[in-house]
Write a protein that binds this ligand. Structure first.
Ligand SMILES: Cc1cc2nc3c(=O)[nH]c(=O)nc-3n(C[C@H](O)[C@H](O)[C@H](O)COP(=O)(O)OP(=O)(O)OC[C@H]3O[C@@H](n4cnc5c(N)ncnc54)[C@H](O)[C@@H]3O)c2cc1C
Length: 554
């Protein structure tokens, strides 16, 4: 007797019309927008390596690590069983494997140790792939990478720390830095009374002996958010005699004793759960001043600028993962007699999600090229402005994108064993940390005021697409006029930055993407057709071709 002929009816049904897991595909090779961006923006030399890495990140076993690292969340042991203070974070082995791989691949350092043309682009592509597997461990990877420019402002500290920070060696042991082969770095700025406004920080820094840059201080205060508190050292903002200054605070003192930075508890977060985030007390913790005294914000901003760029990469990656999931699902699922991917209304939604994802990828990798070419005045000015514009726009577009993708999958997209809830709950985080939306918009205004040349760089960049699309031409004309009006700038900042973002995304798509992608983007994002919801592209949009371009050929 087989299943079909079970005369007692114990077999209730066959599983029909359900997709398989999206796995065992080449996450790099299957992503046309990404592969084109990598080559166009200066890292064609990395394609072979990225193809190898894309096979790993798209493999079933590797994707499973992302699921496990979030299912089994980190735990804090404040003390060992003998009563000694240890401040130890325990992670699931899957988390360590992800960290190990990211560091082996140089995602934390390849762009610093081998800064050849295209290095930032190639590293961004690896981070883009790794983030699709798991976003939470990206936090310490990003901070470790981003700490380098700030540390270089204090050369003798940099000489001691940077070689092990950039080493391709993941060493998670809770030991003093001189006993370890590789080091990770976190950051502790935020306090209860001031997150965005760090000038309100009350943590005090008292010199142990001599005052000034490079000197040892003791820090007393409380930090309300310290992510990845298992890192080996942290860049911290604290008030010294001359104002807010930046410090490097190690987990262990050089004499081998535990530095009194005590983790009070781990945050209970709605998303980003594989990443431990803590509340931490500094009880006379040793730290060395980095950069000029009283210039803490300009010193740590070097780090923050890099983390903001990684937020753009991470959110673009999340959108790509959402697109991959929905295209895979809708290709295999039928309703009302047709595959979902062949239903006109679903095609409109899918194509719209693809447009958003491709535009985000394109802008992110354009900025990666700027970062590889900071010696070029245009690229430097463009990066300064677009880092804030892109961080604001791309991160803000991601939550709605994740939700709409979830709905394309239907009820099973809401289930915890689907990747969608993780994408959805992760999505707001990039928009909130490292400068929330409004703070980014105010940063854009500050850049325009302080260095008006950034606006010249913006308009000369977008002018490369002049005459290619009437909607863009008009969009840029009115944007220029509205930017020249300096009344109520703060009140209008979001509107202006939205338009700067869509303007540059449209200009890039018109130059580098197929016509049917660029024209659908311009009519929906610039000419005001649709955009109240995803899936309202005009009837002229070639939705089938837009989808086809983003499909994964497994
Ligand atoms: C998961 C997670 C991990 C984190 N990890 C770290 C970490 O490792 N280290 C660390 O230092 N911090 C960390 N943070 C803190 C994060 O950087 C802050 O939450 C963020 O900077 C915002 O600060 P806040 O929460 O105090 O909000 P606030 O500063 O109070 O801001 C609240 C809102 O007001 C807006 N706002 C602020 N100023 C203005 C203004 N002038 N005009 C208009 N609107 C304004 C902001 O955009 C925001 O929307 C983490 C946060 C999260 C969620």
């Amino acid at each position: 007797m087989n299943d079909q002929t079970d005369r007692y009816g114990a077999v209730t049904h066959e599983v029909l019309n359900q997709p398989t897991e999206l796995a065992d595909y080449n996450m790099f090779g299957a992503d046309t927008a990404l592969t084109e961006a990598v080559c166009r923006e200066g890292a064609a030399w990395a394609v072979h390596d990225l193809t190898r890495f894309g096979a790993l990140t798209g493999s079933a076993a590797y994707l499973e690590l992302g699921h496990l690292a979030n299912k089994y969340q980190p735990e804090l042991d404040t003390h060992d069983r003998f009563g000694n203070r240890v401040d130890l974070i325990r992670f699931h082995p899957s988390y360590h494997t992800l960290m190990q791989t990211a560091i082996d691949e140089g995602i934390h350092s390849a762009h610093w140790t081998d800064p050849k043309p295209g290095a930032h682009v190639a590293r961004a592509a690896k981070f883009f792939l790794q983030s699709q597997v798991e976003a939470g461990h990206g936090c310490p990877i990003t901070m470790t990478s981003a700490a380098v420019p700030s540390l270089l402002l204090q050369p003798e500290l940099a000489a001691r720390w940077v070689p092990k920070i950039t080493a391709r060696s993941y060493d998670p042991r809770n030991l003093p830095s001189d006993q370890k082969t590789g080091l990770t770095i976190g950051m502790a700025m935020t306090e209860k009374q001031g997150g965005s406004d760090v000038r309100a920080n009350t943590t005090r820094a008292v010199p142990i002996d001599t005052e000034g840059p490079g000197q040892a201080y003791e820090l007393v205060g409380h930090k309300y958010f310290v992510s990845a508190p298992m890192c080996d050292a942290f860049l911290v903002l604290a008030q010294s005699a001359k104002g807010l200054s930046c410090f490097l605070m190690p987990r262990w003192r050089p004499d081998g004793s535990k530095n009194p930075m005590q983790i009070q508890r781990l945050k209970r977060k709605m998303g980003n759960t594989s990443n431990a985030s803590s509340e931490t007390e500094l009880r006379g913790a040793l730290a060395w001043m980095v950069g000029p005294e009283g210039r803490g914000v300009p010193t740590i901003i070097e780090m923050v600028a890099m983390t903001r760029f990684d937020c753009m990469i991470g959110s673009s990656a999340a959108m790509r993962m959402a697109v991959s999931q929905v295209l895979h699902h809708c290709s295999a699922r039928s309703a009302f007699g047709k595959r979902l991917i062949d239903q006109p209304l679903m095609q409109n939604v899918l194509a719209d999600l693809v447009l958003e994802s491709e535009a985000a990828t394109m802008l992110t990798f354009r900025i990666a090229r700027s970062m590889d070419n900071r010696q070029d005045a245009h690229e430097d000015l463009l990066a300064r402005l677009i880092m804030a514009v892109g961080k604001y726009w791309i991160c803000k577009r991601t939550p709605a994108h994740a939700y709409e993708a979830m709905e394309c999958i239907g009820g099973s997209g809401v289930m915890e064993d689907s990747p969608m809830p993780r994408l959805y709950r992760e999505a707001p985080v990039n928009a909130i940390w490292e400068g929330s939306g409004n703070v980014q918009c105010l940063d854009v205004l500050r850049a325009l005021q302080k260095t008006p040349e950034v606006l010249t760089a913006y308009f000369s960049e977008v002018a490369r697409a002049a005459g290619l699309n009437a909607d863009l031409d008009l969009h840029l004309l009115t944007l220029k006029t509205d930017l020249a009006d300096h009344a109520d700038l703060e009140l209008r900042a979001r509107d202006l930055v939205d338009r700067m973002a869509t303007g540059i995304q449209a200009a890039l798509l018109l130059q580098h993407a197929p016509d049917y992608v660029a024209s659908a983007f311009c009519s929906s994002r610039l000419a005001g057709v649709g955009q109240h919801q995803y899936g309202a592209l005009p009837r002229t949009a070639q939705v089938g071709r837009i989808i086809e371009r983003a499909l994964i050929s497994e």
